[in-house]
Design a protein around this ligand. Sequence first.
Ligand code: M6R
Length: 458
Amino acid sequence: DFPEEIIVARQQAPLVIGFGAGEFFCASDTPALVSHTRTVLSLENGELARLTSMGVEVYSFAGERLKKSPRILGWSPVLVEKQGFKHFMHKEIYEQPAVVRACLEAYLDSDWQPGNPNSPINLNLPKELCTDVEQISILACGTSWHASLIGKYLLEQLANIPTAVQYASEYRYAPAPLTPNTLTIGVTQSGETADTLAALGMEQQRRAGFTDKFRSRMLGITNRTESSIAHMMPHVINTHAGIEVGVAATKTFVTQLMAFYFLALDLAHQRQTISTERLAEIIAGLRQLPAEIEKFLEIQEQYVEELSHQFTETQDFIFLGRGINFPIALEGALKLKEISYIHAEGYPAGEMKHGPIALLDAKVPVVAIAMPGSVYEKVLSNAQEAKARDARLIGVTPKQGVAEADIFDHILPVPLVDELLSPIVTVIPLQLLAYHIAARRGLDVDQPRNLAKSVTVE
Ligand code: M6R
């Protein structure tokens, strides 16, 4: 009856209106609009909009006309171009040095020198957010959940704060007891994951009736400062990764890790749980990361690509890691599953002997992440156990350790960095491995079947 107009309404799932030159758009996510316009307006729950060729009118659900002004996104349309890459995912893997650099620029004091008693980190968070915090609860899904597991390792080992990481989709149905000294952190790159928002909403309600200080002990870590989580949370850390188009999270994952490094180090500094020497060492290591990743991509990508071609027909993969690299084993397996449709499992290397080792034979390649440090020898010995079952072994390990690591059939040589920082370099060959296997299989790498970039339904 009204062919010249579209009526849209928002309830829970996000809805964004775009303003072009004589044309108007609506979408469930801002990146969809960037190649058309950067002038956008996000509707709130319970709001309606009427789009015609003359303009956009916004109403409350009760029919009252609302005055709302659009805002200009800070993103450039170049971010949604492939710039010579065949797929966005590949381009986004290559953007990782730049986004890690952007995080360093945003949060690290460039003039800070060892010996300076002030914190080198400024996350723009009020000090009282973390004073007296006795435990941290992190809620997330998918790759953000993997980043959160590394966050837990850092917060516990550096800042000495007991930390629990929960799948947001599970947490709502079995929430942990909440104490006034709990800091709740929601991690979501899109800021729109329905399960994460619902779990955080429940936590907000559970806090109602408590003091202001307790109510505001909630923090969001997101790549989208205009998203629902950013509106919902009293405090936010922006991960500065720019738009990520590929459904498989890559650059947003490493920037979530950067956010956790900064948070854990800042808390460790405030609580004096880190020596000044160790702090200076980690800061120096963080500053080196962009150059290390660049070098890796330049020198090793071709080898990873050639190697990946040997696995295009493989049906099952196992990824092993321990300590801070166990979540990277999970992430390597998830990347492979979601874009190449090859079954893969990530496992803590020491747990193989409790069951999954029965899966191994010559047809199941095993990727072992072996970084020199506290669990290096243990991982090598677990890899040896896999080799004894005829598994083809791929080591993600630095060249420097190659003599001890000659058990591997293939090595993806990563830079030798501090064990604590190693997830940022060990994840990259796994992203590339998944990417090249999927691309070689001719699959739709950026938009794998059954998946969406923002999962806005529960
Ligand atoms: O936007 P979010 O970080 O909340 O997304 C969570 C997951 O849906 C997401 O990480 C998903 O697992 C990715 N496809 C992983 O590559």
